[in-house]
Design a protein around this ligand. Structure first.
Ligand SMILES: [Zn+2]
Length: 441
């Protein structure tokens, strides 16, 4: 997922295919994922201290479902961070057909994902995707020179470290890759000084060392595990808490300012999905954007500095005039967003003016291929229309906003509450308009 400087990791691909029932974990909660709501865990928490299974002769009950007893060293600086639950290392070697998963997180958060660790709960759609079902046969991608059932191959690219190339055509909206995290590390564990750098490194190394051999070999080989996490990981949430997730294939997808895929993560499936934003042809490199979409050239390069590279993608190496034109469109798009946002507060624009600005923004989004931006734009369009009492236009944009959120972030998207509020406000407005109509009658 990164520049050539950071692509020394994950040298060997993991042999992982799905064996649903045979690999199921010993989890003794009677609930299933269908009753799950992320706000209301259906099982007792604090798994470290709660025995939910009948006593088992082979596994010490307090360690279930972990393959090793959780490793909880005392913090290096107990005075930093106050009375916080400390992070431990949790390992499940059976996760996703024995790819394995290591977590460095708090006991509460680790407990909260227990029911999702079982392979049997993964949606069939994701489980049967060729990138999962064919992965075992395609472990040694070097031998396959691109012809494999997965639909892509991971290989070294000149000047770009390793990257992911499509080996067949993918249609727009098609899922290109499904992948499961091998390592999940709570973001604040890395940021806080409660564990000093050598203690952090010790815990991360332990987390990797205890994974199944093939997964471990795919991760080890880099100098500093911590660098791997910071440069190759995806941000995902567990119970609303940020974690860095490392994927064996997904983390190999390089950056492109004009991406051909976006990724979404399902908490319930504990799976990341990369979906085609446009048609992808055999031989195309699969790229997603590490920087927020819609940024200008300068903003993109500044953001990418954090990953330690300067982007030279097709967009960034275009003629200066073309870059300047694209930058102007993007700046204009943000300007419209802010103008409509203010109008929504102050009802300062007419419906005709709002119509014109919405048309202009939609035009830019289309030309610049920034469809994922629409999650935010439809919402501001809806609010602007609400400010002039145009319920029907507002409604169509709220519907579109919700649809885009679900598409780009999945059913458990991060804006559920906001969209719910928007619907409520819209219903309120509809009632007001209906009452006014009644009064007129
Ligand atoms: Zn670029």
């Amino acid at each position: 997922m990164v520049s050539s400087n950071h692509c020394t990791l994950l040298r060997v691909l993991v042999a992982a295919a799905f064996f649903i029932s045979s690999q199921s974990l010993v989890v003794c909660y009677s609930t299933t994922t269908s009753s799950w709501s992320s706000r209301d865990p259906p099982f007792p928490r604090k798994l470290l201290t709660t025995n939910t299974c009948p006593s088992s002769p082979s596994l010490p009950a307090p360690s279930l479902p972990w393959s090793h007893a959780p490793f909880c060293p005392p913090p290096s600086n107990p005075n930093i961070g106050g009375e916080v639950p400390d992070d431990c290392v949790f390992i499940v070697t059976t996760f996703r057909a024995s790819q394995g998963l290591s977590l460095v997180t708090t006991p509460d958060l680790a407990s909260s994902i227990v029911s999702f660790l079982d392979d049997g709960f993964v949606s069939v759609r994701l489980r049967d995707h060729p990138s999962v079902s064919q992965r075992q046969q395609d472990t040694s991608t070097e031998k396959h020179d691109g012809r494999n059932g997965m639909g892509y191959t991971v290989k070294p690219l000149p000047g770009r470290g390793k990257g992911v190339l499509a080996t067949r055509r993918f249609a727009k909206h098609e899922t290109v890759m499904v992948d499961f995290p091998a390592l999940l590390v709570r973001f604040d564990f890395l940021n806080s000084e409660r564990f000093d750098p050598s203690a952090q490194r010790g815990m991360l190394e332990r987390a990797v060392r205890r994974l199944p051999r093939e997964t471990r070999d795919a991760i080890i080989g880099t100098d500093v595990v911590r660098d791997v996490i910071q440069t190759n990981a995806f941000g995902v949430e567990i119970e609303g808490v940020n974690h860095m997730a490392l994927f064996l294939h997904g983390s190999r997808v390089n950056h492109g300012c004009r991406p051909n895929v976006f990724w979404r993560y399902s908490h319930r499936d504990m799976a990341m999905e990369m979906v085609a934003l446009r048609e992808i042809k055999p031989g195309d490199e699969i790229v997603h954007s590490y920087a927020p979409l819609g940024y200008t050239m300068q903003e993109r390069q500044q953001t990418l500095e954090a990953w330690g590279f300067r982007c030279r993608c097709e967009m960034c190496s275009a003629p200066a005039g073309q870059i300047a034109l694209s930058d102007r469109r993007r700046e204009r798009m943000f300007e419209i967003h802010s103008t409509l946002g203010m109008a929504a507060e102050s009802a300062s624009l007419s419906k005709q003016r709002i119509d014109a600005l919405v048309r202009e923004a939609m035009g830019i989004i289309e030309v610049e291929e920034l469809d994922p931006q629409l999650v935010a734009y439809h919402e501001v369009f809806a609010r602007a229309y609400m400010s002039v009492g145009d319920v029907s236009s507002a409604r169509s944009h709220v519907m579109a906003a919700e649809e885009k959120w679900v598409y780009y972030e999945g059913e458990e998207h991060s804006n559920i509450e906001q969209i719910k509020r928007l619907w409520e406000e819209l219903d309120g407005l509809q009632e007001e308009v209906d009452e006014d109509d009644d009064d007129e009658d």
